[in-house]
Design a protein around this ligand. Structure first.
Ligand SMILES: NC(=O)c1ccc[n+]([C@@H]2O[C@H](COP(=O)([O-])OP(=O)(O)OC[C@H]3O[C@@H](n4cnc5c(N)ncnc54)[C@H](OP(=O)(O)O)[C@@H]3O)[C@@H](O)[C@H]2O)c1
Length: 350
């Protein structure tokens, strides 16, 4: 697969994971089409992207163009972090798209040779997550076929792996383990149900000639936020630093991975010709109490929870398949430190 200055689409570009995927792709010289749902000034942004400005002679140098873009982004706080990424002014184009609106999805994908399908609603308890996750994914795949995309990297989740009561208790979960949809349904775990259904549909779709689909299944993702609002997984960490939001903490083992390592893995899966199927992306197993102890050793002055609830199943997943491709991950302490520093910078811990 050709590298550099290739055009790729990232759905959910403004979210926690999407922003890091966009940032990494820009740093690798890709031209990125990012989908967002509410760009305030996206029309003007598109009209006045650097190349167009130069073409119609509104502005003759890039400093002037950057000033115009800066002014345009003032009203779009939700996506302001994207406009600020290095090379965004030259190589990032935002598209307004909702996963359930096929035409908007197609407009963002056409002209791209690859798609990173990151967008999906994340709350776990509401049944409404199913339609955008499943039908939205089918829209992305259909548009990818129509636009003659070569490869789609589908961001699934460890939630599509781990909820399987038939899996032997003493066996580490690998890519052959799928969450049991019926079990997810009866336990009303709609997020896991939706991700399992969407991922299996996506891999099935990828068996058609012409389109190649691979999936990545990250476990809990922590790490620095680029966006200004807090996503669901980062909220878990923030709650640990504010005891009032967290009376008692589940002490079960949580499998954790850094958002920057997820972005690296996603791009690796796009670039390596030989990849196929699904890839679990995880780094550390850590209990609630261990997590609190680690945070305490770096930041002793926050008010941490002191009650921990035991019980529940131990779920351990392995990333051996991904590591065999050359993927590696950073130390957990680095993830925690950079996460907290980013929350402080965003004023979330004030
Ligand atoms: N964070 C984790 O721990 C974790 C773990 C495993 C897998 N994942 C997966 O990673 C992906 C990104 O999650 P995240 O943690 O980055 O959460 P996030 O920050 O909430 O990002 C979710 C993104 O999906 C977009 N989206 C939701 N519904 C949409 C729709 N109907 N049409 C278009 N866009 C829609 C959101 O757009 P708006 O900004 O407009 O709402 C947002 O950009 C998801 O597929 C999630 O399942 C996350």
């Amino acid at each position: 697969m050709a590298l550099g200055k290739e055009r790729v689409c990232v759905t959910g570009a403004g979210g926690f994971v999407g922003s890091w995927v966009v940032k990494l792709l820009l740093s690798k010289d890709y031209f990125v089409h990012g989908t967002v749902r509410e760009p305030s000034y996206y029309l003007l942004y598109v009209l006045l992207s650097i190349s167009e400005i130069a073409k119609i002679g509104l502005c003759s140098n890039s400093i002037c163009a950057k000033i115009i873009l800066f002014i345009l982004t003032l009203g779009d706080e939700k996506n302001a972090h994207l406009y600020k990424l290095e090379k965004a002014s030259e190589n990032l184009k935002l598209f307004k798209a909702d996963l359930l609106d096929y035409n908007s999805v197609y407009s963002a994908i056409v002209g791209c040779s690859g798609v990173f399908h990151v967008a999906s609603p994340v709350p776990s308890t509401i049944v409404e997550v199913i339609e955008p996750a499943v039908k939205g994914t089918l829209n992305v795949l259909k548009a990818s076929v129509e636009a003659k995309v070569k490869r789609v990297v589908f961001v699934s989740s460890g939630a599509a792996v781990a909820f399987n009561p038939s899996w032997p208790k003493d066996r580490v979960m690998d890519e052959t383990c799928w969450s049991d949809k019926e079990y997810c349904r009866t336990t009303k775990n709609w997020y896991s149900f939706a991700k399992t259904e969407a991922e299996s549909e996506a891999l099935e779709y990828g068996k058609r000639p012409g389109l190649n689909v691979v999936s990545i299944c990250p476990t809990f993702i922590f790490g620095p936020i680029l966006q200004s609002t807090l996503n669901a997984s980062s909220m878990i960490l923030v709650k640990l630093l504010k005891e009032e939001g967290c009376e008692s903490v589940d002490n079960r083992l949580r499998m954790i991975v850094d958002v920057r390592d997820v972005a690296e893995a996603s791009v690796l899966l796009y670039e390596k010709p030989e990849v196929e199927g699904r890839y679990i992306c995880t780094a550390y197993g850590c209990r609630g109490q261990e997590l609190v102890d680690k945070l305490k050793s770096i930041y002793p002055n926050y008010i941490y929870p002191t009650n921990f609830t035991e019980g529940g199943e131990e779920i351990v997943l392995t990333s051996a398949k991904l590591q065999n491709l050359g993927w590696s991950y950073r130390p957990l302490e680095e993830t925690l430190f950079d996460s907290i520093e980013s929350y402080k910078k965003a004023g979330i811990l004030d």
